[in-house]
Design a protein around this ligand. Structure first.
Ligand SMILES: Cc1cc2nc3c(=O)[nH]c(=O)nc-3n(C[C@H](O)[C@H](O)[C@H](O)COP(=O)(O)OP(=O)(O)OC[C@H]3O[C@@H](n4cnc5c(N)ncnc54)[C@H](O)[C@@H]3O)c2cc1C
Length: 348
């Protein structure tokens, strides 16, 4: 019997096409990673490792878009953590429109970001450009094995409970941002191999993000490593926020704030001490006019010494304070500034 060779040939062509494109850059899971002058963002390989867990369930490949570097050594770190390919660009914050086009051409199943203040906003812009939904604030990721869709876990009701959210069936790419902390250290396999490619994009087109290519504000030292932090809350409304800054300056501390301070517009999001903001571990933490909600107090549990100033003796902040000063911030802070002098010397 004569075989239809044209059928076999077209099947072979199809299989060859799948082999070369599937593993390289089409479909699968895409992760956006960041590199700064200090190297890879601390979360980059951890995020890739989380994506690997999803990819293994889906039998998919992982591609990384590494922003801000063309250093192959960094790409190899991401490959060791689970990436199958890395596309590097020197652009730290490429044009949203160009990246949207890049993503659309590659039709990923899932597009993952770290939920940092910068990338949450960037991802939201990108999702808008692609006209797709975007799930931010995720603390966990999983695959629904029935639909093969992405499921995320997010804290709600003041972090008291977690909700599980599934993306509407058929939405592609499924765009989500995962909180980079706390994520487990990735298993690094130096023998993993993957492709590395340099890509270029036009400069950023988001005026309000221009120049802000790292998440830590440039004008302030990083909160994570700060030895002394002076944080203010909504209770500073009467006395005025500048008092918090004056106290921080007097004792060589770094300024931060509570959710209340953020809501009042006194601090940027990256300065907020909260479970969904920054968790800190200074030697000294001074809370001024902060009530001490669970999310705030949990975020300072690794502080060595906590001083709280609040005029309400029943404020929950006193439960976690080593020293509580009950009184008006408008009176206590100026007195502290006057008497303390160079307090920072005491905690060195
Ligand atoms: C939708 C929604 C989401 C929320 N999400 C979060 C969240 O993620 N994280 C979170 O922590 N909270 C959250 N909250 C709760 C709430 O917004 C915050 O807990 C609150 O804003 C915490 O900020 P704060 O401690 O600065 O202010 P407040 O809770 O208003 O406390 C101010 C404190 O200052 C004291 N004070 C006032 N005046 C003085 C003075 N002159 N001298 C001394 N002390 C003074 C008061 O006694 C009070 O204890 C949320 C609320 C809503 C509605």
């Amino acid at each position: 019997m004569a075989m239809d060779m044209s059928y076999l040939e077209s099947l072979q062509t199809l299989m060859a096409t799948e082999e070369t494109t599937e593993g390289e850059s089409s479909g699968g899971i895409w992760v956006v990673a960041q590199s700064t002058a200090e190297g890879l963002a601390g979360w980059a390989d951890k995020l890739v490792a989380q994506a690997r867990l999803l990819a293994d369930q889906l039998g998919a490949y992982i591609q990384v878009l590494l922003l801000g570097s063309e250093d192959e050594a960094l790409a190899n770190v991401l490959i060791a953590a689970g990436a199958d390919g890395v596309h590097m660009t020197l652009s730290a914050l490429p044009s949203v429109a160009a990246v949207a086009e890049f993503v659309a051409e590659r039709s990923p199943e899932i597009l993952l970001f770290a939920d940092t203040p910068l990338f949450r906003q960037y991802a939201a812009q990108l999702a808008g450009k692609l006209d797709k939904p975007f799930l931010s604030g995720c603390t966990g990721l999983d695959i629904d094995m029935v639909t093969s869709g992405l499921m995320v876990q997010r804290p709600v009701m003041d972090n008291r409970i977690n909700e599980l959210v599934a993306m509407r069936e058929g939405v592609r790419p499924q765009i989500a941002a995962l909180f980079p902390e706390p994520l487990p250290e990735p298993f690094s396999d130096p023998y993993r191999t993957g492709s590395v490619e340099v890509v270029s994009f036009p400069a950023g087109d988001v005026p309000w993000l221009a120049g802000e290519v790292v998440d830590a504000p440039l004008s302030q030292p990083a909160l994570k490593t700060a030895k002394v932090i002076v944080a203010g809350g909504r209770g500073m409304a009467g006395a005025g926020w500048p008092l918090v800054e004056s106290l921080a300056e007097a004792i060589g501390g770094v300024v931060a704030g509570s959710r209340g301070a953020l809501d009042e517009g006194w601090i940027p999001e990256e300065r907020m001490i909260d479970l969904v903001g920054q968790r800190v571990a200074p030697d000294l933490y001074i809370a001024c006019g902060i009530s001490g909600q669970m999310q705030h107090n949990a975020a300072i549990e690794n502080a060595r010494f906590v001083v709280a100033i609040n005029h309400n003796p029943n404020a929950p902040i006193f439960k976690v304070a080593d020293v509580g000063l009950v009184g008006d911030v408008g009176e206590i802070i100026p007195a502290l500034i006057e008497s303390v002098g160079d307090f920072s010397a005491m905690v060195k």
